[in-house]
Structure formats: C-alpha cells, structure tokens
Design a protein around this ligand. Structure first.
Ligand SMILES: [Zn+2]
Ligand SMILES: [Zn+2]
Length: 94
C-alpha cells in the first residue's frame, strides 16, 4: 500500500513537470519588466525570450487582447489577430 502511493506520487510529479515544460512556464525574468513567472517565446533567430503574462497579453498596436506574436530585432512583439493580419499583409512578420 505504502509503496503504491509513492509510485502514484512519483507519477504525479512527472505529470506536473511535463505540463510545466509543455506550457513553457519559466522563472526567467521578463524581457520587459523583469517579473516572473514568464513564458518562453522562440524568436525567429532561434533565440528564446521570456515574457510575463502582463507584458504578453496586450496588443502592441491597438491595446486589444494579444493572441499572436512575432519576432523583431532583439525581442518579441505581441499583437491581436487583426493587427497580425495587417502586419502579414505588409510582410513584416515571418
Ligand atoms: Zn513583463
Ligand atoms: Zn491590435
């Protein structure tokens, strides 16, 4: 009985870690404000940048809820779907 519950606990810890890794949660400080926790975003250069929820939830251009992001020189910009589509038309996103 005791051994079994230990095994379950182990599985739970592994599951929790997997979820944490899958969602990209990180204790890296935010590129913008230095706060944590952050989420890791992959730059088109292959570099990784961390941003907190606060800095990644608002569209850079119109202030709406951001649900897209794109790479710029030395960072990531967060934009809403509408603005992203406009940027795409101009060819400013990859
Ligand atoms: Zn931030
Ligand atoms: Zn927008």
């Amino acid at each position: 009985m005791k051994r079994e519950s230990k095994a379950i606990l182990c599985l739970l810890i592994i599951a929790a870690l997997t979820i944490l890794l899958a969602t990209g949660c990180s204790s890296e400080p935010c590129e913008n404000c230095g706060r944590t926790p952050t989420k890791i975003y992959k730059h088109s250069s292959g570099e990784k940048y961390a941003y907190c929820n606060n800095c990644s939830s608002e569209c850079d251009l119109c202030g709406d809820d951001a649900d897209r992001h794109y790479s710029v020189y030395a960072g990531i910009r967060f934009v809403c779907e509408d603005c992203y589509q406009q940027l795409e038309e101009y060819g400013w996103v990859d």
